[in-house]
Design a protein around this ligand. Structure first.
Ligand SMILES: C[C@H](O)[C@H](O)[C@H]1CNC2=NC(N)=NC(=O)C2=N1
Length: 143
């Protein structure tokens, strides 16, 4: 397996192998390569729930939104994401707005865009249990 784990398949489709179990590479090492915009849209398919967006500064980022049960559930989601981010040394921008709307933005500051680290973090965030923080399912009635 190559260092970057970026695979080019027979149809030219790129895929990052084992995203959720890989470790983020320390950005300070200077070996971080930006992911090309066209690759970013393909890799996004490996991290359901995340969208590729452009920030106000025009750099690419990954973004996901969650609606949570309460303000405290939002704070708890920050805590769970924070633990993963600290373990990886790669940190999303976190927002809690309108008391129950959480969003996370991932980009690699040191390169001003998306790197493999952002996709690894997105996969790890997707592995965090969140069902207990999301609005309870409405009761169903049968006639
Ligand atoms: C020294 C340390 O590794 C760097 O400052 C890290 C910390 N967390 C980071 N997080 C993100 N999202 N991008 C970075 O470039 C980054 N750099």
């Amino acid at each position: 397996m190559s260092d970057s784990c970026l695979e080019r398949g027979p149809k030219g489709l790129e895929r990052l192998v084992g995203l959720a179990v890989r470790k983020c590479i320390p950005c300070a090492e200077g070996s971080m390569q930006p992911v090309a915009e066209s690759d970013a849209y393909k890799l996004r398919n490996q991290v359901p729930g995340w969208r590729v967006e452009k920030t106000e500064e025009g750099t690419l980022c990954l973004r996901q939104d969650w609606t949570v049960r309460s303000f405290q559930s939002g704070v708890e989601l920050f805590k769970r994401i924070g633990e993963v981010a600290e373990a990886e040394g790669h940190h999303p921008d976190l927002h809690l707005e309108g008391y129950n709307k959480v969003s996370a933005e991932l980009s690699t500051h040191s390169i001003g865009g998306l790197s493999e680290n952002d996709f690894i973090m997105a996969a790890k965030i997707n592995a965090i249990p969140v069902a207990d923080l999301q609005p309870k399912a409405k009761p169903r009635f049968w006639a």
